[in-house]
Design a protein around this ligand. Structure first.
Ligand SMILES: [Zn+2]
Length: 347
């Protein structure tokens, strides 16, 4: 949300700058054609001076507004200020009430329209934007009475959210249906995710490159190795050390090394109905790492691909901060607006 704070635009009371182009015919020479004093809604400015111009080419007249003003009653600054209040977690009504304390009358319906308008702007700006590497992560956000599953897609080039979907991250079919049009429209070639199996399925189905966040991998592999250290026979401890080294260094041929280790281990002895022994758990770990290895190392051959999904997690963190203050959204359009506005942060 700091983007909104930093970018609250200036509002000029008047301008001597002449228009650059006729809004009707793109002509470039004008005559001044009078002036009007326009009352505006703003936190500081009460009215602005607006010149009228007449185009020498098409003879039509138009108003030329000083910076920060449009034909709307409210200035750009007030519009974004109202959106900011809402983004910080106030309701439309509470935002309207705060503004009345600053002696600005703005109905909650106007604020609602401004918020929707700002979200539409972001959506429009994002619609055809080229995005090569996309970060994906699921989150739960309070809405209409319970936690709702959302999926957040972040442009890894900028760290800005591209879009959010009402999608459960455990449902590969739903992710695929939602992701496929995005892949085509934005030209996405690689996704960055945690190592939930649904992402692996989707990446394969859509033939996307895949980078699995190495913070996640190190965390769960570290935990598994620690557990196995207590349970496997001492003569096999060196295998754990090998795995640890491989994860640290991420050599491109790690998959083969892991597979070779797997082959050295004794085969499965327990029945399918029995709990797996510690050695069998180690075998499973080797196999899983070997199979997923290429998706750990994509970043090594593609410089635009990060090796963690941090940008996505940061965007989700900003979204959740606002979700906490609103104590739950009432509908998906409201949630979508809230998440997108709160997730943006160019500052
Ligand atoms: Zn003209």
């Amino acid at each position: 949300m700091s983007i909104v704070v930093l970018k609250l635009p200036d509002v000029k009371r008047s301008t001597e700058e002449r228009p650059r182009q006729c809004p009707y015919c793109a002509g470039i020479t004008f005559q001044r054609w009078g002036q009007v004093n326009k009352p505006v809604k703003d936190v500081r400015v009460r009215n602005v001076q607006v010149y009228r111009y007449r185009c020498c080419r098409c003879k039509r007249t138009f108003r030329h507004y000083p910076e920060g003003n449009t034909r709307a009653d409210q200035t750009e600054r007030l519009r974004l200020f109202a959106v900011l209040l809402w983004t910080l977690g106030l309701s439309h009504r509470a935002s309207s009430w705060i503004l009345s304390g600053l002696q600005v009358r703005m109905s909650h319906m106007t604020i609602w329209r401004d918020v929707q308008g700002e979200t539409q702007k972001i959506k429009k700006r994002n619609h055809w934007k080229p995005v090569r590497v996309l970060g994906l992560d699921g989150a739960y956000v309070l809405g209409w009475g319970e936690k709702q599953p959302v999926m957040v897609a972040v442009d890894m080039g900028t760290g800005e959210p591209l879009t959010v979907g009402y999608i459960n991250e455990y449902d590969p079919q739903a992710i695929r249906r939602w992701l496929e049009p995005l892949v085509h429209r934005h030209g996405i070639t690689v996704i960055v995710t945690d190592d939930l199996s649904s992402y692996k399925t989707v990446a394969e189905k859509l033939q996307l490159g895949h980078q699995v966040c190495q913070f996640h991998v190190r965390r769960w592999v570290g935990k598994t190795l620690k557990e196995l250290q207590e349970t496997i026979p001492k003569e096999w401890l060196w295998v754990l050390e090998e795995i640890h080294q491989l994860i640290e260094v991420l050599p491109p041929d790690g998959s083969h090394t892991l597979y070779a280790l797997w082959k050295q281990l004794p085969g499965r002895r327990s029945l399918p109905s029995q709990a797996r022994s510690a050695m069998e758990q180690l075998r499973d770990l080797l196999l899983r790492l070997s199979e997923h290895w290429h998706s750990y190392c994509t970043f090594q051959s593609e410089p635009e691909v990060p090796w963690t999904n941090n940008s996505t997690e940061r965007a989700i963190g900003r979204m959740k901060m606002r979700a906490r203050t609103v104590r739950g959204y009432k509908s998906w359009p409201g949630m979508e607006s809230g998440l997108m506005l709160a997730g943006c942060d160019a500052g």
